[in-house]
Design a protein around this ligand. Structure first.
Ligand code: IMP
Length: 440
């Protein structure tokens, strides 16, 4: 049997997917990024050392794993090379262990300038993007004008097309956004020197993956961002520009749904969001301070303070549906240590009609308030606990309640930032919803 696992975010990103991918990929042969770009920030702590990856799949930290950046990812060649260097400085040699799709669209300087110019113009209505050029790069893909990784192999056509695109962007940047123009020669020279470094990594990654599937190799697909930031299913327009939901695995790699054996949705034991947009359970009180401080809730890509709130089971249930999540992984349980009480949002109410809303439509988000259930907290430390029976009973009751509300088994609990701070509850491959939700 194949053992192909998807790990994806069930909230607004930053759920701690990187650590989970790292933990379950020690026996994997391939770890694959399928969407997003270097807007992601996957923080890993190994032997007390912090490593932040933005583009390269987290599984690369295991020496036997082959990393794949598939066609759904938008790639900044300079960011990728910088990351390869950072890994090498940390003695993680990726030589012949990293392949990038020839179909991945490139992120170049004009995308970054455009992203920033647009955000500036939007003023207080800004989306709060990471400023990495992600949106404009995906726009180019859909508009069929993108330069792609495979284009790096043909210097002549590359330089001709680049010239036209730079002209197109400069016109908008200067005339519409009153922004500085960009220099074609500089982009071309950078690109040509970066192309030399990346040349041997460029492959037909769809073919690599199908060969791996045929040979029953274990593949882990590593999601970036989260379900509520998905371009189609998220809180539009406050979303990223890719499909961070399950569909992104298929379109972003070229494998089929039947090639996936299990889908793990990762959620924090509470909620966070960076950037603007709806966040029903958001807190502004001392609990926000507690989450920020105990959970170190500052963006690993931009350093921005993350907004924090209670766990929102309404949006979590929606994520479970959209992604066909087989089981949940709860991260940062230890951040709840020391709270007198803990809440879960169990429904949304329209403030004007008092009606309970199953899920808000695009204009309804501003008019809803969360309805909570409250549970007792615990004073003991759960940081680093490795066995479910060692958790305080209040923590187990909280976990059980999440299972009950979502009708989804919880297979993994993360109790701290380190690789070893983890509790495995179920066999993640064979788990499915028809099993009885055992009381933990
Ligand atoms: P973009 O992806 O840079 O275009 O940003 C669009 C929205 O997605 C903004 O609200 C960002 O803060 C958010 N976002 C993008 N990447 C991440 C991530 O990795 N974690 C959390 N939020 C993200």
């Amino acid at each position: 049997m194949n053992k192909n696992i998807v790990i994806l975010g069930a909230q607004w990103g930053d759920e701690g997917k990187g650590k989970i991918v790292d933990c379950i990929s020690s026996d994997a042969e391939y770890v694959v990024r399928y969407q997003g770009g270097h807007n992601a920030g996957h923080t890993l702590v190994i032997n007390k050392k912090k490593i932040i990856l933005h583009l390269i799949p987290s599984g690369i930290l295991h020496k036997n794993v082959i990393g794949i950046i598939a066609n759904g990812v938008v790639i900044s060649p300079s960011a990728l090379i910088q990351e390869i260097k950072m890994l090498e400085e940390n003695d993680i040699i990726i030589n012949e262990r990293l392949f990038i799709s020839n179909s991945s669209p490139l992120i170049l300087q004009y995308h970054i300038e455009m992203d920033r110019a647009r955000e500036k113009k939007l003023g207080i209505q800004a989306l709060g993007t990471t400023g990495r050029g992600i949106g404009p790069a995906y726009e180019d893909k859909i508009a069929r004008r993108a330069l792609r990784i495979g284009d790096l192999k043909n210097t002549k056509t590359l330089s001709e097309r680049l010239k036209k695109i730079v002209h197109y962007y400069n016109y908008q940047l200067v005339n519409f956004y009153q922004h500085q123009s960009i220099d074609y020669k500089m982009i071309l020279n950078d690109l040509l020197s970066n192309a030399k470094v990346l040349f041997n990594m460029i492959q037909d990654t769809t073919h690599i993956l199908h060969t791996a599937i045929k040979n029953k190799k274990k593949i882990v697909f590593e999601g970036a961002q989260g379900t509520l930031l998905d371009i189609d299913h998220g809180t539009y327009p406050y979303v990223t520009s890719s499909n961070s939901t399950i569909g992104g695995v298929m379109t972003g790699t070229g494998i089929g749904p039947k090639n996936i054996n299990t889908i793990i949705g990762v959620t924090k034991a509470y909620s966070t969001r960076v950037g603007s947009g709806p966040f029903p359970t958001e807190l502004f009180d001392k609990i926000d301070k507690h989450f920020s401080h105990q959970g170190n809730e500052f963006g690993s890509t931009t350093g921005r303070k993350r907004r924090t709130g209670w766990l929102d089971s309404v949006s979590l249930c929606r994520s479970i549906q959209i992604n066909s999540i087989s089981s949940l992984c709860i991260t940062k349980l230890d951040v709840l240590d020391g709270l007198d009480e803990i809440k879960i949002c169990i429904s949304y109410k329209n403030i004007y009609t008092s009606k309970i809303i199953s899920f808000p439509d695009i204009n309804e988000w501003e008019h809803i308030i969360p309805i909570y259930e409250t549970y007792p907290g615990w004073s003991q430390k759960t940081l680093g606990i490795k066995k479910i029976e060692d958790l305080p009973y209040q923590a187990r009751a909280y976990i059980n309640r999440i299972q009950e509300i979502t009708q989804t088994p919880i297979s993994i609990i993360s109790t701290g930032p380190d690789r070893s701070d983890i509790i495995f509850i179920h066999d993640i491959i064979h788990i499915n919803k028809s099993i009885t939700l055992n009381t933990i």
